[in-house]
Design a protein around this ligand. Structure first.
Ligand code: NDP
Length: 274
């Protein structure tokens, strides 16, 4: 039996085990998916090989740090500088990023509604979203609480600034506002509420990447009568891509079809949505 895991800290809230195990069961794959609370990024490789994992998903706060633990980085992850999926082939680890395509697929039905996006937060998920929106010709501005993580975005040609420096983005009109911080995990707003209300004034869609509980950010957006989306759909779409990578690269059964994974994942999604 192959074993996969999602590594993060905290990790108890993660719905990834449910989604992936649902697919394995539905498609008769002899595999299991578990949670792993990682204390220290330096221990990752040792733990991964000691427990004999075949692959992994990576979540907060390790998407950037665990890039270093891979032997090779593939696809859009090379630009983004953050991974959320690792595949083991023999004794090598290959890092991928399925958050970017997962995010884009989750907002696909709104895609004509926006041209100008504000991303709050500058961590691993913000990088994935910034690159995929840029690839689709959407202008992206990134703001963050502290300056260090903004260097990456500035170096890659994105408009960016400190959240507290309102003068930088005060006059922009954003039609999509994305909370890509982990503020909602702690039931906090990512930004001062008066500033957020100002940003929401012309927005059409507000997204919080967190899923599974109410959050102040989307509650405030609803009060401003803006469409809202939490992170459940992004979770679903990134998981479909990750599952396909796991099964395509490692299954002896060559009949694994993307469509079958997608169908099973949608069934699982309907269950977690209720
Ligand atoms: P990282 O740890 O890489 O980055 C965290 C970011 O949040 C940093 O920019 C940090 O700012 C900022 N931040 C943390 N706390 C606060 C706060 N109280 N107020 C304002 N900013 C804050 O996290 P990720 O990018 O990996 O994930 C961010 C969120 O997205 C998490 O909630 C995660 O669960 C969710 N997520 C959901 C996915 C889905 O499929 N639905 C996929 C990926 C992520 P600073 O640099 O100043 O410390």
């Amino acid at each position: 039996m192959r074993i996969y895991a999602v590594f993060g800290n905290p990790i108890n809230h993660s719905k990834s085990p449910f989604l992936h195990n649902f697919v394995f069961e539905n498609l008769n794959i002899d595999a299991k998916y578990v949670r792993f609370c990682l204390k220290n990024a330096n221990d990752f490789r040792d733990i991964f090989f000691r427990y004999g994992f075949s692959g992994a998903n990576i979540t907060v706060p390790f998407k950037e740090t665990l890039l270093e633990s891979c032997d090779e980085i593939k696809g859009i992850a090379t630009k983004i500088g953050a991974i959320n999926t690792i595949i083991r082939v023999d004794s090598k680890l290959f890092g991928y990023n399925t958050d970017a395509i997962g995010f884009y697929n989750s907002v696909f039905s709104y895609k004509n509604a926006f041209k100008n996006a504000l991303i709050i937060g500058a961590g691993g998920s913000a990088k994935a979203i910034a690159f995929i929106l840029k690839e689709h010709n959407i202008k992206v501005t990134i703001i963050n609480k502290t300056p260090k993580r903004l260097d990456f975005f500035r170096d890659n040609g994105f408009a960016c600034g400190l959240s507290s420096d309102f003068s930088v983005y005060k006059h922009e009109i954003f039609d999509i506002i994305i909370n890509a911080t982990s503020s909602s995990i702690n039931d906090e707003l990512p930004l001062d509420s008066a500033i957020l209300s100002h940003c929401f004034a012309n927005a059409k869609l507000a997204i919080d990447l967190m899923y599974g509980k109410k959050c102040k950010f989307l509650e405030l957006a609803k009060k401003r009568r803006i469409h809202t989306l939490d992170g459940t759909k992004m979770l679903l779409y990134q998981a479909i891509e990750a599952s396909y990578l796991f099964l395509k690269s490692q299954s002896k059964n060559s009949n694994i079809k993307y469509k079958n994974i997608e169908n099973a994942m949608f069934k699982a999604y309907k269950i977690i949505k209720h």
